[in-house]
Design a protein around this ligand. Structure first.
Ligand code: PBG
Length: 332
């Protein structure tokens, strides 16, 4: 093809001429149905007090029972892909017994939310002990203070049965214990819950960007999770974790965090044959909100560009605290 310096023959700009043309050739879409809203519900928070703001996550709250139901009803009306529930118990102990108690805050809230939205909105729940343990780790500890993988698996099995009995559609094991997906699948099937799906937090990295979440769930953690969450240096290992989870029966796999791990997300998307989710986590949310609050960034386009980047990198599903707002922006 002939071209000279001043008159190129090939002109990619031609397809960018109008908004309608750009829409015609857009490779990646961002739709409400792809977005999942994580929600926090706090035990003992009364309606008189109302939802409690999380200072490090402006716009995100710890819900009361009734504000939670309002939020999930709105999520269903907006056509979101789902909600992911996190419970904050009043009392914690070394074994995280609140997690397996049918009347614990998380299991009770699952029942409430499913009663409210029925099949109109997929209801997901975090399946992990860290909100329920007084030491803040995702599993129970050995006598010398290490996280005991296999003892934790037995509790996860019980937690999965409790969440399924409460009516959850998908469980989200996020504790990064080896073998957790297989054990949970067996536990669910053994109790007749063959239709409850597993959204596995497969490639979950130890990250500084979880900081604001620790406030969101009143975490008791001292130290870090580096003996079970992955080292940020490792992408091949992220693919390995995802493949293992698919082999153990995961229905969807997740990469988390999203933004600092978009390369892992792409590799996982190319390696597996199940839907892939990514979690646009608390620190990613708070950074953008802080910049916007300072007038340093144009908030709404920055939110949509962030979510689109995660979709483009390979996520079929995006968990984001902006899910409801983004759905409203997309409908404009
Ligand atoms: C563990 C869990 C965490 C998040 C989701 N599930 C915290 C952690 O692993 O330390 C983080 C979510 C976020 O930062 O938005 N139950």
């Amino acid at each position: 093809m002939s071209s000279d310096i001043t008159h190129p023959v090939v002109r990619p700009r031609r397809l960018r001429t109008t908004a309608a043309l750009r829409r015609l050739v857009a490779e990646t879409s961002l739709e409400a149905r792809q977005l999942v809203l994580p929600v926090f519900v706090r035990e003992g928070l009364g309606d008189s007090e109302g939802p409690r703001p999380i200072s490090s996550m402006p716009g995100v709250v710890q819900h009361t029972r009734s504000s939670l139901l309002a939020a999930v009803t709105e999520a269903a009306e907006l056509g979101l892909g789902g909600v992911m529930l996190f419970g904050i118990p009043e009392h914690k102990d070394a074994e995280g017994t609140g997690a397996v108690d049918p009347d614990g805050i998380l299991n009770r809230s699952i029942r409430d939310v499913v009663g409210e939205v029925g099949d109109a909105l997929p209801v997901m729940a975090d399946l992990c002990l860290d909100e329920f343990t007084d030491h803040g780790h995702c599993g129970v500890l050995t006598g010398d203070g290490r996280v005991d993988n296999d003892a934790t698996l037995a509790i996860y099995a019980e937690m999965a049965r409790a969440q399924a009995a409460a009516g959850v559609d998908l469980v989200g094991p996020s504790g990064m214990m080896d073998g957790q997906v297989g054990v949970i699948r067996q536990a669910l099937d053994g109790a007749g819950h063959t239709d409850v799906a597993i959204l596995a937090y497969s490639a979950k990295y130890a990250s500084a960007f979880y900081g604001p979440f620790r406030e969101a769930v009143d975490s008791s953690l001292q130290g870090d999770r580096r003996t079970y969450q992955q080292d940020g240096a490792n992408a091949v290992e992220g693919v390995r974790e995802a493949l293992l989870d698919v082999a153990e029966g995961a229905d969807l796999v997740m990469v988390k965090p999203a933004l600092a791990y978009l390369d892992v997300l792409r590799r996982v998307r190319d390696a597996v044959d199940v839907p892939v989710a990514a979690y646009n986590i608390s620190g990613e949310y708070s950074m953008l909100e802080a910049a916007a609050a300072n007038g340093w960034i144009d908030r709404e386009p920055a939110i949509l560009e962030t979510l689109l980047s995660i979709r483009r990198a390979g996520a079929d599903v995006v968990l984001t605290y902006w899910a409801a707002e983004a759905a409203r922006l997309l409908a404009r």
